[in-house]
Ligand binder design. Structure first.
Ligand code: UD1
Ligand code: UDP
Length: 430
């Protein structure tokens, strides 16, 4: 991956579509994890002579998306800016669909890249499909096969697979799901997860920031100093547990229970710190602040820029989370993770022993965390670094496969343009 380019100003990635021979790749980015996972692909696309990146922000997230664009110095070419107070899934779905219609008709990209399982991802794919533009789905094929968990992400990801043209599963396991659903193996490329590309990019910059070697690290340095201001205890010798949580299926009872578990742990281990960058969703903020606010060794801080968040993961003794991305990153850092979900579509690190599913039951979370705190052998067995999700070269594989697809398509029939995969899930093992 290339370094960050700084000469873009407010022009955006793509400039004027069609102003040269490169094929235009429109990236749909709606939320924090999509931005983190597509940033390395966008940066790598800038350096190619055959492809030109064009970034569409749906604005499903606002502050949390701006944090990532800022770090990677990405300026969206178009921003649908859809966020409004009290929005629900209907609002997000309809605003993204209508906004995308206009952007696609205006810019006529050659391919549209969507990432993961968010509403922006699925609706971005749907809009591309309606307009006959090929859809490339990054992080395809992860499954729980339970439409209720994660909700609505499992449905979003399955629906994107039904209409995508080319599929980029991160692991062999996710590729197997796609093949078993009848998707043409010729349209599937196993790439690794681009989150590892992003993580390695940030770790490099964190270490040069630490050594003071690189004056270009301003954004990283600024992010770290904001973290030190928000949470000065990061300097202390006390061990700490890092916490994140935001899943819709945990709203209500699940969140109450997991917050109670954290309060129990903070009471049982007054010499430990518990640091929780709280997601901006009001349905997360309310129970977290009500139950955990005011506990001396629990620090509720604002969502962190990606670089300081990686620093927080790296320094934590272990992580309590319901996040998808964190489950993928922590194994590379050798950090045990207790996942506050009943099911995961990311089984690889569970199988390797660094991740354990603990659900949202108060007693179970407390018992599993106590084991990590008190049982050194158990801790050591979970704290080994490994990389089931990628080698840092996923972006390159994705762009090569997109370029090859576009080259094949220009030699083929125009009727094939934008045609989704013929597989419809009818033939298992197909
Ligand atoms: C969304 C995705 C989820 C992903 C998560 C990553 C869907 C249905 N959900 O969930 O898959 O794991 O992002 O974090 O696509 N908010 C802000 N500013 C922000 C971001 C959020 O104020 O920058 C608040 C707003 O009140 C917003 C609410 O959070 O309405 C919920 O955001 P939304 O994108 O609907 O759901 P997430 O829980 O963030
Ligand atoms: N993250 C971050 N700042 C934070 C919390 C998380 O940069 O304060 C990063 C984290 O490293 C991971 C991604 O955000 O790459 C995960 O986002 P989130 O948990 O919101 O979504 P999910 O992965 O569950 O879809």
């Amino acid at each position: 991956m290339s370094g960050v380019h700084t000469d873009r100003g407010s022009r955006g990635e793509g400039g004027v579509v069609g102003d040269d021979d490169r094929r235009t790749v429109l990236f749909v980015v709606g939320t924090r994890p999509e931005a983190i996972k597509l940033a390395p692909v966008i940066l790598a696309a800038r350096d190619r002579t055959d492809l030109k990146p064009f970034v569409l922000s749906t604005g499903q997230h606002r502050e949390m998306l701006a944090q990532v664009f800022g770090l990677f110095e990405i300026v969206p070419d178009e921003d649908l800016a859809i966020m409004k107070p009290g929005q629900d899934l209907f609002d997000v779905t309809s605003s993204v669909l209508l906004g995308m219609r206009d952007v696609i008709r205006k810019h006529r990209p050659d391919v549209i890249v969507v990432q993961g399982d968010t509403t922006s991802c699925f609706v971005g794919a749907l809009a591309a499909f309606y307009e006959g533009v090929p859809v490339a789905h990054v992080e395809a094929g992860l499954r729980t096969y339970d439409l209720a968990a994660p909700f609505p992400e499992e449905a979003n990801r399955q629906l994107a697979s039904r209409i995508a043209t080319i599929h980029f599963p991160p692991t062999e396991g996710s590729a197997t799901h796609l093949r078993d659903e009848g998707i043409d193996p010729g349209r599937i490329t196993v790439t690794g997860n681009t989150v590892i590309d992003a993580l390695l990019w940030v770790r490099d910059r964190l270490s040069s920031a630490a050594s003071g070697a690189d004056a270009e690290n301003d954004l990283v340095t600024r992010g770290l100093s904001a973290l030190h201001t928000a949470w000065p205890q990061i300097e202390s010798d006390r061990p700490y547990v890092l916490i994140t949580g935001h899943r819709r299926e945990n709203f209500g009872g699940g969140f109450e229970s997991l917050c109670q578990a954290i309060a129990d742990l903070a009471g049982a281990y007054p010499d430990w710190n518990f640091v929780y960058p709280v997601h901006l969703n009001p349905r997360v903020q309310e129970p977290v602040k009500r139950i955990l606010g005011g506990i001396a060794n629990v620090s509720l801080i604002v969502p962190q820029d990606y670089a300081p968040f990686v620093r927080l993961m790296d320094g934590a003794r272990f992580i309590l989370t319901d996040s998808g991305g964190v489950q993928e990153e922590a194994p590379s850092l050798g950090k045990p993770v207790l996942v506050m979900r009943e099911k995961t579509e990311r089984p690889e690190a569970v199988e390797a022993g660094t991740v354990r599913l603990v659900g949202t039951d108060r007693q179970t979370i407390v018992a599993e965390a106590k084991r990590l705190i008190e049982d050194a052998d158990h801790y050591a067995a979970m704290a080994h670094a490994h990389n089931p999700y990628g080698d840092g070269r996923a972006s390159e594989r994705i762009l090569d496969a997109i370029a090859a697809h576009l080259a094949g398509e220009s030699n083929g029939s125009p009727a094939d343009r934008g045609k989704p995969d013929s597989g419809t899930g009818a033939t298992a093992g197909g």
